[in-house]
Design a protein around this ligand. Structure first.
Ligand code: ADP
Ligand code: 5GP
Length: 220
């Protein structure tokens, strides 16, 4: 457990659906009192157990357009025919309080946050070890029909290409425990360096996950 405050951090986790990003993000927020989820606004209707203000702020298309016109979003994007956006007040609040906001947003959104807040954003792309393993996990989750799984696998390859091109770090989620420890090290290294310090052990671990250092040939 850690409750340090320091320079605020925008921790952006993106991944193809089924990579394990939600599992990693939930655990990170549960174990780090200084971190909270960024709750996006979306035009898509709630699914299953999703709750207003917890999973998303569910808004009508008209309301979403009003928020865009008013400049309320730090970034927004259309994904699968619905609009999703990060509220500027979430980012401002996180940075003012020296907290960590965890973003579950797509690569276009993460790249926009990094362009606006290059010093504060930390972009991490989560990939499963291979397309075959991703397919196993999607099937194991038992939430999607065959044709939805096939579409998600096609979309995954495109999202991996975008993520590898634009993000700072890549986390291969093979063994969950190892991936989680690496995520923590990447964040610790970033927070230390932004506070003007060096955490050698965390930095060494983080460097192993810099884009370009890993063998991702299973995805090419
Ligand atoms: P995402 O949020 O990226 O769509 P989830 O966190 O829902 O992905 O994970 C997809 C499925 O894979 C879930 O059933 C989850 O329990 C499982 N999973 C996550 N990480 C691993 C891992 N390292 N090894 C095996 N299964 C995993
Ligand atoms: P879902 O509908 O499955 O919750 O999310 C669909 C996609 O939208 C996911 O890739 C998710 O990361 C992305 N997303 C969710 N919120 C935002 C947001 O505020 N901005 C952007 N750019 N993408 C988002």
């Amino acid at each position: 457990m850690s409750s340090e405050r320091g320079p605020g951090l925008l921790l952006v986790l993106s991944a193809p659906s089924g990579a394990g990003k939600t599992t990693l993000a939930r655990r990170f927020v549960a174990e780090h009192p200084e971190a909270s989820f960024s709750v996006s606004a979306t035009t898509r209707p709630p699914r299953g157990q999703e709750r207003e203000g917890v999973d998303y702020h569910f808004v009508s298309p008209t309301r979403f357009s009003e928020l865009v016109a008013r400049g309320a979003f730090a970034e927004w994007a259309e994904v699968h025919g619905q609009r999703y956006g990060t509220l500027r007040e979430t980012v401002d609040g996180t940075l003012a309080q020296g907290r960590v906001a965890v973003f579950d947003i797509d690569v276009q959104g993460g790249a926009q946050l990094e362009a606006i807040w290059p010093e504060q954003a930390l972009t991490i792309f989560v990939v499963p070890p291979s397309p075959a393993e991703l397919e196993r996990r999607l099937r194991g989750r038992r939430t999607d029909a065959d044709e939805v799984i096939a579409a998600r696998l096609r979309a995954a390859r495109a999202e991996v290409e975008r993520g590898l091109a634009r993000y700072d770090y890549v986390l291969v989620n093979d063994r969950l425990e190892e991936a989680y420890r690496s995520l923590e090290a990447i964040v610790r290294a970033a927070r230390a360096s932004r506070a003007g310090a060096v955490d050698q052990a965390a930095r060494a671990e983080a460097e192993r996950h810099r884009k370009g250092k890993l063998d991702l040939s299973a995805w090419s």
